[in-house]
Write a protein that binds this ligand. Structure first.
Ligand code: FES
Ligand SMILES: [Fe+2]
Length: 348
C-alpha cells in the first residue's frame, strides 16, 4: 500500500444516521445546523415532536431557522407561512383559509431521539432502512459514562484516521500516553462488510498513574481500534480481567473541512468514576487538543499547497481502509473490500 486516494474528497453515506446534536441543545427556538453540507433546521413542536427540515423556506428561500415554532409547525419569519414536521405547507396567512401552497414542501429528514442525542437520517428521499444504533454498553450494569463534544478542522476520514492511528501516539502524545521508546507489537487487521478493525497484541500496560488506575494489578492489554459505517470511530481497551474502556466517537461531517465529534467513554474500572474524572479526563483533553492542532495544521497545509498528498505504508493500517469502505458503501467504487485478516508487526 503506497499511494492513497484523497481523504478530503472521500464520499460519505447519505442513507445513514448521524448525530445532529444533544437533545438538550434543542430548546424552544428552532436550531440551525449543517450536516453533510446540508443546512438544516431542527425544531420541537408544542407536543414535543422533533423534526428536521432543510433550512430554506420554499416561498422565497429565507432560512426557516429565523422563524419560530407555532404549535406543531414552524413559521417562517418573512411572510409567516407554516410548515409541519413533514415539510408540507399548512398555512399561507395572506390567503386566509385558501390553501394553494401544499405543494410548497421543505425537504424533511427522519429524526430520532436516542441516548440523549438527536439523530438525523441524511437521505430525505426514502424511509430509513434501519434505526440509529446508539452508544454501546448502555444496557450493561456496572458501567459508567462520560461524554464530550468537539469540532475538528479536518474531514471525516482524516479525523477518523487520527482517532484510530497508533504510530502517532509515540510522537505527538509522547509522555502522555506512550513512553516514546519504540517496541514491537503485533497487529491483526480485519475487514468486514460494515467495518474495519485493527487488534493489537503484546501491548504493555500504560505507564504511570493512568496505568495504575486502569489496571492496578497489571495484566495483558487487549486493544482494538475500529471504524464502523457510516461514521463511528471506536477504541476499545481491556486490561486484566476487570477493566474495560470503550471510547465511541460518532463523527458528523459538517462539510469536507469540519467534522463534529460526539464521544462517549463507557468504562468499568476497579477505581471510582471520580478518579477517572480527575485524572483521565484532563489527560484525554490534552491528547484531544494535540490532535486538534495537528489536524488543523494538516488541513492548512493541504489548502496552502492546493492539493492533498498522502503516502501511506503498511503501518497506516486503518485510514486507507476507511476510505475504501466509504467508497464502497456510497457506491463510488463497487470493488468489494476483501474480507481478509492481515498481520504485521509495528513499532510503537
Ligand atoms: S419567505 Fe418564507 S414565507 Fe415568504
Ligand atoms: Fe492522537
Amino acid at each position: 500500500m503506497a499511494k492513497t486516494a484523497s481523504f478530503k474528497n472521500a464520499p460519505w453515506m447519505r442513507d445513514a444516521w448521524y448525530i445532529a446534536c444533544e437533545e438538550k441543545a434543542l430548546k424552544k427556538k428552532p436550531l440551525a445546523l449543517t450536516l453533510l453540507e446540508e443546512p438544516l433546521v431542527l425544531f420541537r413542536s408544542s407536543s414535543g415532536k422533533v423534526a428536521a427540515l432543510e433550512d430554506r423556506c420554499p416561498h422565497r428561500s429565507v432560512p426557516l431557522s429565523k422563524g419560530r415554532v407555532c404549535g406543531e409547525n414552524i413559521q417562517c419569519a418573512y411572510h409567516g407561512w407554516q410548515f409541519g414536521g413533514d415539510g408540507v405547507c399548512r398555512l399561507v396567512p395572506a390567503l386566509g383559509d385558501k390553501m394553494e401552497a401544499q405543494k410548497a414542501r421543505a425537504r424533511a429528514y427522519p429524526v430520532r431521539e436516542k441516548h440523549g442525542f438527536l439523530w438525523v437520517y441524511m437521505d430525505a428521499e426514502k424511509p430509513p432502512a434501519s434505526e440509529p444504533v446508539g452508544f454501546p454498553l448502555r444496557e450493561v450494569k456496572s458501567y459508567q459514562f462520560f461524554r464530550y463534544e468537539m469540532d475538528f478542522d479536518a474531514g471525516m476520514v482524516a479525523t477518523a484516521e487520527n482517532i484510530l492511528d497508533v504510530p502517532h501516539t509515540s510522537f505527538l502524545h509522547k509522555g502522555l500516553f506512550r513512553s516514546g521508546k519504540l517496541k514491537p507489537i503485533d497487529v491483526e487487521i480485519r475487514n468486514h462488510a460494515d467495518r474495519v478493525e485493527a487488534e493489537f497484541f503484546g501491548e504493555p500496560r500504560p505507564k504511570g498513574i493512568v496505568g495504575s488506575i486502569l489496571a492496578p494489578g497489571g495484566g495483558v492489554v487487549r486493544h482494538v481500534d475500529r471504524f464502523i459505517l457510516p461514521s463511528l470511530a471506536q477504541v476499545e481497551y481491556a486490561l486484566g480481567p476487570y477493566s474495560h474502556l470503550m471510547i465511541s466517537n460518532y463523527l458528523s461531517p459538517i462539510n469536507r473541512d469540519v467534522t463534529r465529534m460526539f464521544s462517549e467513554i463507557g468504562f468499568r474500572l476497579p477505581v471510582g468514576g471520580g478518579a477517572v474524572k480527575r485524572i483521565v479526563m484532563p489527560l484525554a483533553k490534552r491528547i484531544a487538543d494535540q490532535d486538534y492542532d495537528i489536524l488543523a495544521a494538516q488541513q492548512e497545509t493541504i489548502e496552502k499547497f492546493g492539493e492533498e498528498r498522502l503516502f501511506s505504508t503498511s503501518a497506516d493500517v486503518l485510514g486507507p481502509r476507511i476510505l475504501q469502505l466509504l467508497k464502497r458503501a456510497s457506491k463510488a467504487d463497487s470493488k468489494p473490500l476483501r474480507r481478509t485478516n492481515q498481520k504485521l508487526t509495528m513499532y510503537v
